[in-house]
Design a protein around this ligand. Structure first.
Ligand code: PLP
Length: 419
């Protein structure tokens, strides 16, 4: 912002970072429930027209000196602000900054580091996070060490190595490991490290990292928050005004801003987050318990059922114990696993997760194809592992679809004398 502008509009007149004007900064903390906030926050567009649903502010620029403090859409737009207002309220954060995708949100955070800085990351982080660290930020001198944070001894490393940033994800993809966020936060605070939690797999309905002591909670809003598989987006929530300022800076300086239309879609999708998550959880639990009884299935993992190694932690840390993602080793050879995946009616074979529709994915040949076989298999991603993103359809229809899949595979195996 130019000095001229600063002289005309002293800082007290132009709120920075540009935050939702409908929220009184001295308000008492969130008296309403989650589902209510997801529908009623972000309504500051209503004043002049009474419109119940916000318009899409399809504008690249704003007339100089407007009351909202807008100048150019790369650094802010009323649709961004509506969405930020909802998301900050859902994670009980002071600030939220939206981006064009989850990867853009990750880029914004990592862009604040300097050459020579170190990051300590969970070894099962999202593939694109790993790729960004490994193929892009490494070139700029950011050094990343990976560790298994389900092994509590590794928390000590935070104080020993004193990284700038600790990067966790919980539940992880695709193994659904659960990391103790509260415990990690204690070590990060002692070491003076910033703790970031990628909350995409849980969603703010299920898990609230800032409440557990994290400094930054990042989500790909592409997944549960939008929930309809029709656009990409990302968000970072924080209570720290310095971080908020850096994130707004990254949004405009790196061109990581979303579009007004996409933020409008996500603000529309998030209104049903609570309802959707409850149905995702009920379906995922039902499907996991059904699969566990299926002969031949080697293991099933869902954090909200007692067979998960961190069931107790999952129940403590996540409302409902999980989201809609279930992983299982079907105990089938590769060809039969493929046959199973490709002919289902409701489970479309696709990457991504968190939409209303059920999806199924084969990590070994899709999301984790670039990971060498030995590495993959060592952590449990064999050719027989499948990941379900359980949607919100009727559970009985989903189970019937899978049952038919198992029958087709059985018939196939018999016809080739494989059994
Ligand atoms: C999808 C995803 C991302 C990246 O988000 P995009 O919106 O696809 O860029 C980051 N982290 C996790 C855990 C994800 O699942």
């Amino acid at each position: 912002m130019s000095t001229e502008f600063d002289a005309l509009f002293p800082e007290s007149d132009v709120p920075f970072p540009y935050r939702c004007s409908n929220i009184d900064p001295n308000r008492k903390r969130e008296p309403e429930g989650f589902a209510t906030r997801s529908i009623h926050n972000g309504g500051d567009y209503r004043d002049q027209t009474g419109a119940v649903t916000p318009p899409i502010y399809a504008t690249s620029t704003f007339e100089y000196g407007n009351a909202g403090g807008f100048d150019y859409t790369r650094s802010g737009n009323p649709n961004f602000r509506n969405l930020e207002s909802v998301l900050q309220s859902l994670e009980k954060a002071e600030y939220a900054t939206v981006f064009s995708s989850g990867v853009a949100a990750i880029t914004a955070v990592v862009s604040t580091l300097q050459s020579g800085d170190t990051v300590l990351a969970e070894e099962n982080v999202y593939g694109c996070t790993f790729r960004l660290f490994d193929r892009v930020f490494k070139k700029f001198g950011v050094d990343v060490t990976y560790m298994d944070f389900t092994d509590e001894a590794n928390f000590e490393a935070i104080e020993r190595l004193r990284p700038r940033l600790v990067w966790l994800e919980s539940p992880t993809n695709p193994l659904l490991k659960i990391i103790d966020i509260e415990r990690a936060a204690v070590h990060c605070h002692r070491a003076g490290a910033t703790l970031l939690v990628d909350n995409t797999f849980a969603s703010g309905f299920t898990q609230q990292p800032l409440q557990l002591g994290a400094h930054l909670s990042l989500s790909s809003t592409t997944k549960y928050i939008n929930g309809h598989s029709d656009c990409l987006g990302g968000v970072v929530c924080t209570n720290d005004p310095k971080w908020a300022e850096e994130l707004v800076f990254a949004q405009k300086a790196l061109g990581l801003n979303p579009s007004p239309f996409d933020t409008w879609l996500i603000a529309r999708g998030v209104k049903t987050l609570a309802l959707r998550m409850k149905q995702h959880q009920a379906n995922a639990r039902g499907l996991a318990e059904w699969l566990e009884k299926k002969p031949g299935v080697k293991w099933v993992r869902y954090p909200g059922i007692p067979s998960h190694p961190d069931y107790m932690l999952a129940c403590r840390q996540m409302r409902g114990g999980g989201s809609g993602v279930v992983v299982a080793d079907l105990g089938l050879p590769l060809e039969q696993t493929r046959a199973f995946l490709q002919q289902l009616r409701f489970f479309k074979m696709a990457e991504s997760l968190g939409g209303v529709e059920s999806l199924i994915c084969h990590p070994a040949s899709m999301t984790h194809a670039s990971v060498p076989r030995e590495v993959r298999e060592k952590v449990g991603i064999t050719d027989a592992v499948v990941r379900f993103s359980v949607g919100i359809e009727e559970l009985d229809d989903l189970l019937a679809d899978l049952e038919a899949g198992f029958e087709r595979v059985g018939a196939y195996a018999r016809s080739y004398h494989l059994t």
